[in-house]
Ligand binder design. Sequence first.
Ligand SMILES: NC(=O)c1ccc[n+]([C@@H]2O[C@H](COP(=O)([O-])OP(=O)(O)OC[C@H]3O[C@@H](n4cnc5c(N)ncnc54)[C@H](OP(=O)(O)O)[C@@H]3O)[C@@H](O)[C@H]2O)c1
Length: 292
Amino acid sequence: MEIEEVLMARDELIVVTGATGRQGGAVARHLLADGWRVRGVTRSAGSAAARELARRGVEVVTADMGDLASLGRAFAGAYGVYSVQNAMTATSEGEVAQGRNVATAAAEAGVSHLVHGSAGPGTPGTGVAAWDGKLEVAAYARSRGLSLTVLRPTAFMELMTDKDLYPPVAAWHLMPRIVGEDRPLPWLCADDLGAIAAQAFADPATYAGLDIGLAADVRTIAQCRADWRAVTGRSPRRFPMPLWLFERFVGQDLTRMWRWLATHDIPADVDRTRSLLPTAVTVEEFLRRRLA
Ligand SMILES: NC(=O)c1ccc[n+]([C@@H]2O[C@H](COP(=O)([O-])OP(=O)(O)OC[C@H]3O[C@@H](n4cnc5c(N)ncnc54)[C@H](OP(=O)(O)O)[C@@H]3O)[C@@H](O)[C@H]2O)c1
C-alpha cells in the first residue's frame, strides 16, 4: 500500500444498494477509491455486474429491497448506507415501499448516516410518481431519526449514451418533442453523483440534513445535440418511435415528467454543485470522455 492509501484507509463499512447499477456503481467506485469497506447489495450475486464488483473489492451480498429481513442482514455492522430505488422497474408504489424498507433497516441496524439518491425539483405534488415518491421516502427516513443527506439530480448525462436508457428513442426523439428542443435542463453524470455521495459519507458534519439539487451543467437538448456533433462530427442517432408505443413499454410516468419539465423551471444551482465537486463534468466533457 502506498502511504496515501494507508492514510485514507477506513475501517467503517458502507452498504450500497443498487451497487450493480449506474448510481450505486458510481457510489461504490468512489467509496472504494476513498478507502472505505464497501458492501454491495444485489438480488443476484452471480450476475456479471455483481462478479465485477467483487473483483474490484466490494463485498457482494444478496438482498432484496422488498424484503426487510434481507436488508437487516445486509446492513449489519454498517456505518453508512446509500439508498437508491427505481420506480421504472419496481413501480411507483414499489419504489416507496423499498425506500421505506431501506430506511427502516438502516434505523434498526443503528446506521450513522444514510444518503438517498433522489431526483427532481424537491417540491411535492408534481404528479410525477418517480419524484413525489422519493420525497415520501426521504420524509420517512427523517421520521425514523436517521442522519440523512438527499442528493437530487434531475437528468443524468447517461440518458444520451447508455443503451438501457434507449437514447435514440428517448433523449434524442421523444424527450425533445415533449420537453422542447430549447428548454434548459439541469444535467449531472452518475459518476459525479457517486463522488458527491462519497463526500457526504466522509463529512457527515457538513452533509447531514442537506437536501441538494445537483447539476453540473444546464443545456437544452438542441445544445446537447450540438455538443455531440462537436465531439463526434455527426448527429446522435434518432429512432422515431410513436409516443403510444414508448408508453406501452415504459409506462406514462416518464412522459409525465417530460411534460412537467416543458412547463416548469427546475432551480439548478450549478455553482453549488461545482463548489462541492469542482471537477464535475459538463455535457460536452462527458460526451468527449464517452465518445471521442
Ligand atoms: N435517468 C435519469 O436521468 C435519472 C436522473 C436522476 C435520478 N434518476 C433515478 O435513478 C434511479 C435509478 O438508478 P440507476 O440508474 O442507478 O438504476 P439502474 O442502473 O437501473 O440500477 C438499478 C439497481 O437497483 C437494483 N435493484 C433493483 N431492484 C432491486 C430490489 N428489489 N432489491 C435490491 N436491489 C434492486 C439493481 O440490482 P440487481 O439487479 O443487481 O439486483 C441495480 O443495481 C431511479 O430512481 C431514477 O428515478 C434517474
